[in-house]
Design a protein around this ligand. Structure first.
Ligand code: CDP
Length: 225
């Protein structure tokens, strides 16, 4: 990468199980971008904060904890994928001071994609609004709650976790409520976002729609340059 060139930044925000991770992975591969899953960072923090609240840690302990989040092994923990981790993440994510402390780390990771990657695609709830408001390409991906619950339930069944559609839907609705109603960095659509409703779309259709709209905004695929 040219040392003065800014990395390409794409943000994807939206509610739980709307397809953000799948879309980010696909677009990341097509446009040669690193994928940063900010939800995973919150899940990992929630895991580390099983016994202590963020506010009860000293500044030094908070710093040490944030530094550990840069270690790939911390984010690779399969237990972070469990719904219990997501529910805990959604509770700790309401802490304004914790969110504020995470900002420099998230921005640093986004601005330093490992070469030869050309930039970063980062997904979450507040990426286009708070973490990377300057990003030129923003997507808001949504889907109706039942479609999202069905997808999440399928995913859980594949992993051998037993859950009912009713309990998965209740969990998603609770997290939607937490994420939309919190006072700091609530889930909202950033201005100038590309909006995609994936309720009735296959993965391929969702990815195609996103690509088309990104290209309309001027993003070119590497081979077209
Ligand atoms: O994969 P899913 O969409 O179900 O959840 P996730 O992206 O892994 O996020 C887990 C939880 O972390 C969310 O319900 C949010 O409460 C919180 N989160 C957040 O507050 N801000 C972000 N940028 C990302 C996640």
């Amino acid at each position: 990468m040219n040392p003065v060139a800014l990395p390409i930044l794409i943000t994807i925000d939206g509610p739980a199980a709307s397809g953000k991770g799948t879309l980010a992975r696909n677009l990341g591969a097509m446009y040669q971008l690193q994928w940063l899953d900010s939800g995973l960072i919150y899940r990992a923090l929630a895991f580390e904060l099983a016994e202590h609240s963020w506010g009860s840690l000293t500044a030094h302990e908070q710093y040490a904890l944030l530094s550990r989040l840069k270690e790939p092994s911390v984010l690779d923990n399969p237990r972070l994928r469990l719904d219990a981790a997501a529910a805990h993440a959604s509770r700790i994510a309401q802490d304004a001071s914790l969110r504020q402390s995470l900002l420099p780390l998230q921005r640093e990771m986004a601005y330093h994609p490992p070469p030869p990657l050309r930039g970063t695609i980062m997904d979450g709830r507040d990426i286009g609004t708070v973490v990377l408001p300057e990003a030129p390409y923003k997507i808001y991906l949504t889907a109706d709650p039942t479609a999202r619950a069905k997808r999440r339930n399928k995913e859980l069944q594949k992993r051998g976790t037993s859950a009912t559609l009713t309990s998965v839907l209740a969990d998603i609705e609770q997290r939607d409520h937490n994420d939309r109603e919190r006072t700091t960095a609530p889930l909202t659509k950033a201005e100038n976002s590309i909006v995609i409703d994936s309720s009735q779309l296959s993965i391929q259709q969702m990815t195609q729609q996103a690509c088309q709209k990104l290209q309309q905004k001027g993003l070119l695929k590497p081979r077209q340059r």
